[in-house]
Design a protein around this ligand. Structure first.
Ligand code: FES
Ligand SMILES: [Fe+2]
Length: 329
């Protein structure tokens, strides 16, 4: 039952991921698009294949807010119109723009589909109340959307997938609150001593407590928020998922911080790049295991605390409807 959940909103990018004058390729639900910033710094998107001879517009450049094809240098505006050499006037649209929904720095899209579920407002709230630390762990993973989501809601994989990093001793599951497409999971993970080697490789590990108190807030299907606490204050990792095609899913993490006073501020400034690097390492480990799973193997064994995965499967199968059971406990 592979599906890319038509009608869900997907966060294509945070504005900081785009550079003025540099078009970028974005894939969504089996289509490739070129995404760029126009003269006013607003994000625009067109199908990536040039209507002349099919060159990738994302490999081109920008000129006064238009995207320029790298093959014969035709320029397209955000409506998909171009001016043919010698004609002096604009053509009708040759490309159908991808509809983007811009919320502050967040660039959302429903792709070709009519919306069936709303865009969550939480990112706007986080952006207003926290400091943006950066983007990390961006990977296009050769996996369908469902296994990607299952991995993110799997509270038992720390000891396998992330074993070399955190040295989690066990997972103590506290509570799951099921509110349909929105849910919360609370659990604690006591850690063994981190090795000096790991700390040298990832100084941000020093900021991690002996017991990681995890609070995951889940927004089906596009996002999981990890609310974390470190000695410098609160950290919010927004894990984003984008179904690129039936076989590939992109993920990346927007990291925000709320520091506790001047000292925390300073610590965060110093640790900023290692915090991002630590997140990157975690996502790399997730991407790595996702490349090493046989597809469509019936699950014969069930572990404790798979409630997050049960929640994902229920919502996936019944999308966009919400059916029982309610999995709160
Ligand atoms: S292929 Fe794009 S201008 Fe020719
Ligand atoms: Fe993971």
């Amino acid at each position: 039952m592979p599906s890319m959940l038509p009608g869900a909103p997907w966060l294509l990018a945070h504005k900081s991921m785009l550079q003025q004058d540099k078009p970028q390729k974005i894939s969504l639900q089996g289509h490739d698009y070129v995404l760029w910033l126009d003269e006013n710094g607003e994000a625009q998107a067109l199908p990536d294949a040039c209507p002349h001879m099919g060159a990738m517009l994302s490999e081109g450049w920008c000129d006064r807010g238009k995207v320029v094809c790298p093959f014969h240098a035709l320029q397209f505006n955000s409506a998909g119109c171009t001016v043919l050499p010698g004609s002096g006037k604009e053509t009708l649209p040759q490309l159908q723009p991808l509809k983007l929904i811009i919320h502050g720095d967040f660039i959302w899209s429903y792709g070709d589909h009519e919306p069936v579920i709303p865009i969550p407002t939480i990112l706007k709230e986080i952006a207003e109340s926290s400091e943006f630390i950066g983007v990390a762990g961006e990977y296009s993973v050769k996996t369908e959307l469902l296994p990607m989501l299952l991995n993110m809601h799997d509270y038992n994989h720390q000891n396998g997938t992330h074993r070399p990093l955190f040295e989690i001793k066990k997972v103590l599951f506290d509570k799951f609150i099921d509110e349909g497409h929105h849910s919360h999971a609370y659990y604690r993970m006591p850690r063994a001593q981190t090795s000096t080697k790991d700390i040298l490789a990832n100084p941000a590990l020093l900021a991690m407590p002996k017991v990681i108190e995890a609070h995951l807030e889940n927004f089906f299907p596009m996002m999981v928020l990890f609310h974390g606490t470190t000695f410098f204050g609160k950290i919010k990792q927004c894990h984003i998922f984008v179904p690129e095609s039936a076989t590939h899913t992109r993920t990346y993490v927007l990291v925000y911080g709320q520091t506790n006073g001047a000292l925390g501020n300073m610590a965060l400034k110093m640790l900023r790049s290692s915090v991002l690097k630590l997140v990157d390492t975690v996502i790399q480990q997730d991407a790595d295991i996702l490349h090493k799973i046989y597809a469509d193997i019936p699950q014969k064994i069930k572990l404790n605390n798979e409630v997050g995965m049960d929640w994902v499967r229920r919502n996936f199968e019944s999308f966009p409807h919400i059916v029982t059971p309610n999995m709160s406990r």
